[in-house]
Design a protein around this ligand. Structure first.
Ligand SMILES: *Cc1c(COP(=O)(O)O)cnc(C)c1O
Length: 430
């Protein structure tokens, strides 16, 4: 008879080996990614640096537990501590945003939005959201997204003249179209959004008002951007952008929507909650409740303003002429290269940005006229205004001189000096 191949010692090693010992291939890529993050100026505005404590919660044994249901009403045994973690996340979130109800289980922003639509409207109903090319998100009605396939979409945009939201025009459109839900919020709008005005418009036309604050949630939590509460019916956010938590999302609402939203998240959209992620959200909310977080988010906004000034001093145009939040949308129309080439070229000097459509863009999504830049990650590393202004000027130099190797070399050196002066996770991670 054959001996079982699984010996006791190899079984033990599964639980004692570190990633480095167990899987050299993946370990090596994690190290490379760590070094890459250390060596670049990361300007993608949807990214940020979560704390070491958040990463630790994500890597915890809470990952191992199944807990379909909600605290006190689970479909699995053994959830006494998982229940407590979820309750802490809920309590801290309510305190942070001043909301009546919250569901902390959504896996990410896109399924959270799907859950909200599932809870509030029927397939085929009319959904009004911001045009992707003007700063909206895929889940606000893009034709290739589930939202565009499941609902009748009405898109609003910004004014061609000011490149800002014009609430009178949006109100007129809403009165004509009579949507069932109106989504406010954006992924690439550099200005303050008047969520209250959107809620009033929705109320007037009998629509549910929903705000997707994914990008500015950290600023709202700290009081640096006006909150959609108490006027807005339902508010959702990702937890990994300016909120600086783990990848994930939450749905907040007026109490009367709670039951329908809970049902839509589970069993409507999801199965078992990601408990390690919920614990990490609780940690991030705890951090955001500290007074330091207000100082930090104010610095994000100051840095974005300085970055914008540097870009303009270098000869670039900012969509809407400036920024009120954590990001700038840059129009490259007077530069010799456009969004796609700029993204690639800036990568070669270790500056990470993303190409982006600008409102009324004459070009195509895969090679648009703009780039989007933001400051949450830089601010997390301790960068301040003077450096952000300089980075704006460096970006302009690169995009105006794409053939000049001496410019590239000089900027690469400047990036190196800056990134070395501001390490990410100064004591390392394991
Ligand atoms: C990032 C974002 C989302 C989606 O988040 P994922 O976690 O990437 O699915 C939704 N809405 C807005 C406005 C966003 O910026």
């Amino acid at each position: 008879m054959n001996e079982p191949t699984q010996t006791k010692s190899s079984f033990d090693s599964r639980f004692s080996n570190s990633l480095k010992m167990e899987d050299e291939t993946i370990y090596a890529f994690v190290q490379k990614e760590f070094a890459r993050q250390q060596d670049v100026l990361e300007l993608i505005p949807s990214e940020s640096l979560p704390s070491r404590a958040v990463l630790e919660a994500l890597g915890s044994v809470l990952n191992n537990k199944y807990s379909e249901g909600y605290p006190g009403r689970r479909y699995y045994g053994g959830n006494q501590f998982i229940d407590e973690v979820e309750k802490v996340a809920i309590d801290r979130c309510k305190q942070l945003f001043g909301c009546e109800y919250v569901n902390v289980q959504p896996y990410s922003g896109s399924p959270a939005n799907a859950s909200i639509y599932l809870a509030t409207i029927n397939y085929g109903d009319k959904l009004m959201g911001m045009n992707l090319a003007h700063g909206g998100h895929l889940t606000h009605g893009h034709k290739l997204n589930f939202s565009g396939k499941s609902y009748q979409i009405v898109s609003y945009g910004v004014s061609q003249e000011t490149e800002m939201l014009d609430y009178d025009v949006i109100k007129k459109q809403a009165m004509e179209e009579k949507p069932k839900i109106i989504v406010s919020g954006s992924s690439a709008y550099p200005r303050t959004i008047d969520f209250k005005a959107f809620a009033e418009i929705a109320q007037e036309v009998g629509a549910v008002s929903m705000s997707d604050i994914s990008h500015v949630a950290g600023l709202i939590a700290a009081g640096v951007h006006p909150s959609p509460f108490p006027e807005t019916d339902i508010v959702m956010t990702t937890t990994h952008k300016t909120l600086c938590g783990p990848r994930g999302a939450i749905i907040m609402a007026k109490a009367k929507f709670g039951e329908a939203l809970d049902k839509a998240v589970f069993p409507g959209m999801q199965g078992g909650p990601h408990n390690h992620q919920i614990a990490a959200k609780a940690v991030a909310f705890g951090e955001a409740l500290k007074p330091e977080f207000k100082v930090f988010t104010s610095q994000i906004v100051k840095n974005a303003h300085a970055l914008g000034e540097g870009l303009m001093e270098g000869g670039l145009r900012l969509v809407s002429g400036g920024t009120d939040n954590h990001l700038c949308l840059v129009d490259l129309k007077n530069a010799p290269i456009k969004g796609k080439e700029a993204e690639t070229l800036l990568d070669t000097v270790n500056i990470t940005v993303n190409k982006n459509m600008i409102p009324y863009d004459p070009r195509k999504p895969l090679d648009p006229s703009g780039i989007r830049v933001g400051t949450p990650t830089l601010t997390g590393r301790g960068f301040t205004e003077s450096e952000c202004r300089e980075i704006g000027q460096m970006i302009a130099k690169v995009v105006f001189n794409p053939q000049d190797q001496s410019v590239m070399n000089r900027v690469r050196e400047q990036v190196k000096t800056m990134t070395q002066a501001h390490p990410i996770y100064p004591t390392g991670l394991n």
